[in-house]
Design a binder for this molecule. Structure first.
Ligand SMILES: [Zn+2]
Length: 284
């Protein structure tokens, strides 16, 4: 199956109250692990590629690996630019074969965020590419983004509803209390914001920083309208743990297949668990 827009599965997910996971690409092993999990679970999924991952892997590798994974898994797969920072980056990704993009204008004032996001939507929708927008400031660290806890701010529901009405984005990331990276304590999710915004707009709500959020909180967020959940840190933690243990217990180990292969298995198990938790298994 070729790469598809998120509109192939997100509207159904919102309606039937399940969520589709965005799992970020970091290297070949992540790509293979995520695709293998999806094939076994018969789950649609989204490959997230940040600008940092694109710089690391090279954009042509990112697209080619996603295309191969989509063909081999046989499930609906979107290749999505994660936190795109400019119109130019978005256009490069679309030209290279991405099927979905996020434009993150959340650090701009509302009017400017709406204006810039509308430009992205006009261009992307003309060629069938889905768009995610963001409002509010999600805390934590992820690649090029670093937001201190005191600078994180929740999305204002009225602003989020207006943002969607004017931009017509296909998925709406709003800051509701989750954060990128590792949590120190348990995140305090503001379900009332998810509920209020989700009821008022057609697009599904996106939860960034899905790693380390307790299962019950994830299920509650989905019940209120979160239909896309981003996970990366938990996969990184699982993979690093395996590599660290193997290399420290076997000082003579040099073959990367012998430590990256087991890391790949660990990532796959995390992803399978998330697909079951999100309710996307058997929804391909
Ligand atoms: Zn994010």
């Amino acid at each position: 199956m070729p790469l598809v827009s998120m509109n192939e599965f997100l509207p159904r997910a919102k309606k039937e109250k399940f969520a589709v996971g965005q799992f970020n690409m970091n290297n070949l092993e992540f790509v293979q692990a995520i695709a293998a999990a999806a094939k076994e679970e018969q789950s649609p999924f989204i490959f997230g590629a940040s600008e940092g991952a694109i710089r690391y892997m090279g954009i042509k590798n990112v697209v080619a690996l996603a295309q191969i994974a989509a063909e081999e898994s046989g499930v609906p797969v979107a290749l999505h630019l994660d936190h795109g920072s400019s119109f130019e980056v978005v256009m490069q990704c679309i030209r290279e074969g991405f099927s979905s993009v996020m434009f993150d204008g959340s650090h701009y004032p509302l009017e400017e965020n709406i204006r810039l996001t509308k430009q992205v939507v006009a261009a992307a929708h003309a060629v069938g590419i889905s768009v995610e927008g963001e409002l509010g400031t999600i805390g934590g660290v992820e690649d090029d983004l670093d937001v201190a806890e005191e600078d994180a701010s929740l999305a204002n529901p009225a602003d989020a509803i207006r943002f969607w009405q004017e931009t017509q984005v296909d998925a709406m990331a709003i800051a509701v209390g989750t954060a990128h990276g590792m949590y120190k304590g348990e995140p305090k999710i503001h379900y009332n914001i998810i509920d209020e915004v989700s009821r008022a707009i057609d697009a599904p709500i996106v939860l960034h920083g899905g790693s380390g959020v307790p299962d019950e909180s994830i299920q509650k967020a989905i019940s209120y309208g979160a239909a896309k959940i981003n996970v990366n840190t938990e996969n990184q933690v699982a993979s690093a743990k395996v590599v660290r243990e193997l290399l420290s217990s076997k000082p003579d180990l040099i073959d990367p297949r012998k430590y990256l292969g087991p890391a790949r298995d660990a990532i796959k198990e995390v992803v399978r668990g998330k697909m079951r938790l999100f309710g996307s298994s058997h929804k391909a």
